[in-house]
Design a protein around this ligand. Structure first.
Ligand SMILES: [Zn+2]
Length: 212
């Protein structure tokens, strides 16, 4: 009986997931600085990151929180695009930075926001669940903002932008604006892996201890 069981396990392994050929690939671990409301608990952050890592797991890419800081109260409500850009001065130390805030108003929606909304039959609401902000003088050269009540999906989506993914037309894809977003597709996952490897190779991110 035993050899048969092993054979069927192998078959499952080979056909279960498109990325099964990558099962032996080492995990690529990226350091994350998470800054948010002073009362945001570490355990809550850890739960969110676990969910985010579940979506990135088929790419063998994962995020590890290696810095936690509190944001002052007047940084938690963003009134416009200018408020989103002032986080640049809080970047330090070759990490991907995620800022968790309570409200992101968007009085002048960008073309990308209008397009992604239109794909799912909606108008921009004037509020955002998250934002991906370029920071060309830093490594890595962008950071993300996510709304606390839109976590962890908002963070997964914005980190997808950090790893080079544009918006996706499938409303169930995490890179869309759909209401039932649940996954990345295979091409996105392969792309994430390449981008994560490039961040490490160029030393845009510091090495982190990998507990895996
Ligand atoms: Zn987006």
């Amino acid at each position: 009986m035993r050899p048969i069981a092993i054979v069927s396990l192998l078959l499952l392994g080979a056909s279960g997931l498109g990325l099964a050929q990558d099962d032996d690939e080492p995990w690529l671990t990226l350091p994350l600085s998470v800054q948010g409301p002073p009362d945001l608990e570490d355990t809550q952050v850890d739960q969110w990151i676990d969910v985010v890592n579940g979506w990135y797991a088929p790419a063998h890419v994962r995020f590890v929180v290696d810095e936690r800081r509190a944001l002052p109260d007047d940084w938690l409500l963003l009134r416009n695009n200018r408020d989103r850009h002032r986080f640049e001065r809080r970047l330090r130390g070759r990490r991907i930075h995620a800022f968790i805030v309570r409200e992101i108003r968007d009085p002048w929606p960008s073309a990308a926001t209008r397009r992604a909304s239109k794909h799912v039959g909606r108008e921009p609401s004037g509020l955002l669940g998250g934002a991906h902000i370029p920071a060309p003088n830093h490594r890595p050269d962008s950071y993300v903002i996510a709304l606390d009540r839109a976590m962890p999906l908002a963070l997964a989506h914005e980190l997808g932008h950090v790893l080079g993914a544009p918006h996706h037309p499938d409303p169930t894809n995490i890179m869309s604006y759909g209401r039932n977003r649940s996954h990345f597709d295979e091409a996105q996952l392969e792309h994430f892996r390449r981008r994560a490897r490039r961040l490490q190779r160029r030393r845009d991110v510091r090495p982190v201890r990998d507990a895996q």
